[in-house]
Design a protein around this ligand. Structure first.
Ligand code: CUA
Length: 338
């Protein structure tokens, strides 16, 4: 009696967590239960399919267990159970073939979904974006030559083909809303192919431990309507904004930047050619900085320049100790790079 009460309790709490999980999924940005791409949906269906098979097996095992304990057990005073030395061929075939069939039913759709996520040939009309993972930030190179960092923009309805490369060690590209994880391996090119279907701003995260700031290796994917995406792309293709003459602070910042140590690692088109750190040509148009760790506002930019190690331990960005007015001018210039 106690055992059946326990089973009931376990079942009720499992159901409660499932319901709670479904309700929360709408507010949880890293959930995989609210897919926003064809690949995400395929993986979600696969998850439900496998869970259904698992649930069936769970029920069969629990029923068999309950029967064995409460119905077919020998009670005190009863005759000894029949000998277990003989075997039943039909039963043995059944419990070998049954699980084999279930495994087949799970593995066929799983393998199909894996292949679907990385077709050999890029789908017709696809937009191929090169993704380069660095310790600890993301570079996105578009086919028309512009580069961005930590914020990728893509249109809805068009196949997206990501070509994943690493600049140093193994990372893993993961945007839960758009599909599964894919390792980014040095010396190897991996692909991830999907079609996003809902405009929105989706967080991503490196999903392979890659050193001290692995947890700080975040990024965002902005899925836009084709028109909005075309507009964004046009803005990115234009050179960097030059500070307006009446924005004295930004003008001073531009003069300082051109001769600063920043130019050794960062590119601003037409101004500098560094490539170790993120391309800053349109820095001011991004919503975040330091791989999605900080908001892109003047206070956070100043905090990042002054002490990057405090925000992202191990980051290769050196601290730049500047007098207040110089720092403010540099921040104003960076923010003006829309
Ligand atoms: Cu890159 Cu973890």
């Amino acid at each position: 009696m106690r055992a059946s009460r326990f089973s009931l309790l376990a079942l009720v709490s499992a159901l409660a967590s499932i319901v709670a999980g479904c309700e929360q999924s709408a507010q949880l940005p890293m959930t995989t239960l609210a897919p926003k791409s064809d690949l995400g949906e395929a993986i979600h269906h696969l998850f439900l399919e496998v869970t259904a098979w698992d649930a069936l097996i769970f029920v069969i095992v629990i029923v068999a267990f309950t029967l064995a304990v409460f119905v077919f057990s020998t009670r005190a005073g009863e005759a000894a159970p029949p000998s277990q030395a003989s075997s039943d061929l039909t039963l043995e075939v059944a419990w070998t073939v049954g699980p084999a069939l279930v495994l087949l039913m799970i593995s066929i759709p799983t393998v199909r979904t894996i292949f679907r996520s990385q077709p050999e040939v890029a789908p017709k009309g696809s937009l191929e974006i090169k993704v380069v993972a660095h310790q600890w930030w993301w570079e996105f190179d578009y086919p028309d030559g512009h580069k961005t960092a930590n914020e990728m923009h893509i249109p809805t309805g068009q196949p997206i083909r990501l070509r994943l490369e690493s600049a140093d060690i193994i990372h893993s590209f993961w945007v839960p809303a758009l599909g599964g994880k894919r390792d980014v391996v040095p010396g190897q090119i991996n692909h991830l192919t999907f079609i996003a279907n809902t405009p929105g701003d989706y967080p991503g995260q490196c999903a392979e431990f890659c050193g001290l700031s692995h947890a700080n290796m975040r990024f965002r994917v902005f899925v836009q309507t084709p028109d909005d995406f075309a507009m964004w792309q046009k803005e990115q293709l234009a050179g960097p904004a030059t500070p307006l003459p009446n924005d004295q602070l930004a003008v001073q910042g531009a003069q300082y930047f051109a001769t600063s140590p920043c130019t050794a690692c960062h590119t601003v088109e037409g101004v500098s050619k560094g490539y170790i750190g993120p391309n800053l040509t349109h820095f001011g148009s991004r919503t975040t900085l330091a791989a999605g760790v900080l908001k892109n506002d003047p206070a956070d930019v100043a905090a990042w320049i002054t002490d990057p190690q405090k925000i992202k331990p191990g980051a290769y960005m050196p601290a730049l100790v500047l007098p207040g007015p110089k720092l403010n001018a540099l921040v104003a210039y960076l923010e003006s790079l829309k």
